[in-house]
Design a protein around this ligand. Structure first.
Ligand SMILES: *[C@@H]1O[C@H](CO)[C@@H](O)[C@H](O)[C@H]1NC(C)=O
Ligand SMILES: *[C@@H]1O[C@H](CO)[C@@H](O)[C@H](O)[C@H]1NC(C)=O
Ligand SMILES: *[C@@H]1O[C@H](CO)[C@@H](O)[C@H](O)[C@H]1NC(C)=O
Ligand SMILES: *[C@@H]1O[C@H](CO)[C@@H](O)[C@H](O)[C@H]1NC(C)=O
Ligand SMILES: *[C@@H]1O[C@H](CO)[C@@H](O)[C@H](O)[C@H]1NC(C)=O
Ligand SMILES: *[C@@H]1O[C@H](CO)[C@@H](O)[C@H](O)[C@H]1NC(C)=O
Length: 570
């Protein structure tokens, strides 16, 4: 066998790049882990008086002041720690995780500018680190927080439950989880500030993590036998999955990050959504935007390319190689720079994709993902390439190199003490904005885990399909009916009414309501939009049906969105 000189040089360069990446990862992993732990109260070395289990965003108190706790950052960070704990990678983390769940139980109950625990307060994005409300002006609410918190805690609770610790799960963790998931189910169809706290509209990341949380909530509730919310969560999850599809830009082949904001919509929001809803059992499913799906790969290319020409440190880098990436190309915060956690997210998505292609033993190139794959082989065409074929080998090794390239960029701009700030300068790569950002460290840990091939369980993304009524026209609206009623043991409340969704006045197939907040009974039903509907509540006890008195209740549904109808029994 004769090897050309350029082939040999290529091998040498690849080996160098690999060793650069692996040596960086072995140095940075313990530093990043220590960086996370330093930022958790009360004992973290930089946690500056944070209460037990409270995660500070950064120790920085000026330019910018990030000495607060955000539900999003805390939950993503603890998801990474919980994954390490339940997988046995680090069995020392249990007490810290218990501190976190206890702190969140307190945070949930704090009255704050978004409301109380029962009136929308769970959507409050940030709190003071002494567990009091932050009352200054802010972009609120941010509705991803409860979903991310529920996902993190359910991962832990599932592990405990399956280890036989059922009482603690049902008595202590389930109430926290149920509050968060009922918040998601109730409010997902109302506007939210995005994860960057700037745009008030609907946001892809938020919708994606809300959908994930409800799906795992259904599985979790069934596991522990707490099923009263399940049918509502199923309804809302199906609607969320339909809504998720609507962000796709079919002309330019990327996910538009926000429905508002007046920007291109090219945004790390979508890449973060893909890695934080990765389900290793869901293949390359594009309905849930899996990392190796054709949509997510095309989206990644569009996102990455949007930074090639706007950062000085990216100049001279070839168009098929990794570059420094930021939140979104129009960003002007600190003059608009790359972020550690967004550049790492690009690497992580590709590592996740490689895990699935290697596990499935093939990869698909479709018309949607063709431009992504042609970066690595300009002659590739749409088709299925099995492992062992030259094309599979060429593409996966080029994509591994591409992914490692993002880590190499991070390596290049990491100071020797391993500190990761929020941003690094677009002109010279020096660290900018908040130092020792907890989320930057957590993003390094999860990207490195993905590179090592580690995965952490399914959330039920496999084999989901959408059955969206009326496409994106929103021809149904979610109506939540609530009514107070004192029942006797064994007696249940139902609703029935004048449309098929309310069983056409049937008593035998009337819809049973949830008593999760007894004596308030509730149910959420998708009803035709802009329609006047009559209905009544009934009770059934020992087979005996009792109707409300006349007249019928009546509601005229709005054209879109969701609505709550609070009734009293008459
Ligand atoms: C490896 O890292 C060193 C130091 O950061 C850098 O100068 C060199 O170009 C890197 N090598 C490759 C092949 O990327
Ligand atoms: C269940 O887990 C909690 C949280 O770690 C712990 O405090 C409790 O002692 C455990 N109970 C049992 C029976 O193991
Ligand atoms: C609510 O859902 C409908 C139907 O999917 C959608 O058209 C609308 O944009 C959503 N609104 C918000 C604020 O999520
Ligand atoms: C490739 O596409 C086929 C047909 O749609 C599908 O069955 C298979 O799961 C896909 N494989 C991957 C790795 O995406
Ligand atoms: C780490 O190094 C950076 C850059 O030299 C410096 O700004 C920072 O203070 C250092 N952090 C610690 C904890 O020493
Ligand atoms: C998804 O469906 C396929 C085909 O029916 C089946 O082989 C696979 O086990 C399912 N996956 C999961 C996780 O349910």
């Amino acid at each position: 066998m004769r090897l050309s000189l350029s082939f040999v040089l290529g091998l040498v360069a690849a080996a160098f790049a690999q060793s650069n990446v692996t040596s960086y990862i072995s140095t940075e992993t313990p530093l990043a882990k220590a960086g996370v732990l330093a930022n958790i109260g009360p004992d973290g070395s930089l946690s500056s008086g944070a209460k037990s289990g409270i995660v500070i965003a950064s120790p920085s108190t000026v330019n910018p002041d990030y000495l607060y706790t955000w539900t999003r950052d805390s939950s993503l960070t603890f998801k990474a720690l919980i994954d390490q704990f339940v997988s046995g990678e680090d069995d020392t983390l249990g007490p810290l995780i218990d501190d976190f769940t206890s702190a969140q139980a307190i945070i949930q109950q704090i009255d704050n500018p978004s409301g109380s625990v029962s009136t929308g307060g769970l959507g409050e994005p940030k709190f003071n680190i002494d567990e009091t409300a932050f009352t200054g002006a802010w972009g609120r609410p941010q509705r991803d927080g409860p979903a991310l918190r529920a996902t993190a805690i359910m991962t832990y609770a599932t592990y405990l439950y399956n280890s036989g610790n059922t009482t603690y799960v049902t008595d202590t963790l389930w109430p926290i989880i149920e509050l968060d998931l009922n918040y998601v189910a109730t409010y997902w169809n109302e506007s939210t500030f995005d994860l960057w706290e700037e745009v008030d509209s609907s946001s892809f990341f938020t919708t994606a993590v809300q959908h994930r949380a409800l799906r795992e909530g259904i599985t979790f509730a069934n596991l522990i036998g707490e099923t009263s919310d399940v049918s509502n969560w199923e309804t809302q999850a199906d609607d969320l999955l339909c809504f998720l599809q609507s962000y796709w830009n079919p002309t330019d082949l990327y996910m538009t990050a926000n429905t508002g904001g007046g920007r291109s919509g090219k945004d790390a929001n979508t890449v973060l959504a893909s890695i934080h809803t990765f389900d290793p059992e869901a293949g390359c499913d594009d309905v849930t935007f899996q990392p190796c799906s054709d949509k997510a790969l095309s989206n990644l290319k569009v996102y990455v390319d949007s930074f090639r020409s706007i950062y000085t440190i990216n100049s001279g880098i070839s168009s098929d190689a990794a570059v420094a990436t930021g939140r979104y190309p129009e960003d002007s915060y600190y003059n608009g720079n790359p972020w550690f956690l967004t550049t790492l997210a690009a690497a992580e998505q590709l590592y996740d994709a490689l895990i699935v292609w290697n596990a499935q033993g093939s990869l698909n190139v479709t018309s949607t993902s063709l431009a992504f794959f042609q970066q690595f082989d300009s002659s590739v065409t749409a088709g299925t390439y099995a492992s062992g074929s030259d094309e599979f080998t060429t593409l996966t090794s080029a994509i591994q190199t591409f992914a490692d390239g993002f880590v190499e960029i991070i390596a290049k701009y990491t100071p020797s003490n391993g500190s990761l700030s929020e941003q690094y300068s677009k002109s010279d790569g020096s660290e900018l904005s908040a130092y020792d950002l907890t989320w930057s460290f957590a993003a390094a840990l999860t990207a490195f885990e993905a590179r090592a091939g580690n995965t952490y369980g399914s959330w039920g993304a496999a084999n989901l399909t959408t059955s969206c009524s009326g496409g994106s026209s929103g021809s149904t609206v979610a109506v939540t009916f609530t009514v107070n009623y004192d029942t006797v043991w064994g007696e249940n409340l139902y609703i029935t009414g004048s449309v098929s969704e309310l069983s056409d006045w049937s008593t035998s197939s009337a819809l049973i309501m949830s008593a999760a907040d007894y004596p308030t009974w509730s149910i959420t039903v998708d009803l035709p939009a802009s329609t006047t509907i009559q209905y009544k509540y009934i009770t059934i006890y020992d087979g005996t049906v009792t109707w409300e008195d006349d007249p019928n209740n009546e509601i005229t549904t709005p054209a879109s969105g969701s609505v709550t109808q609070a009734d009293s029994w008459h």
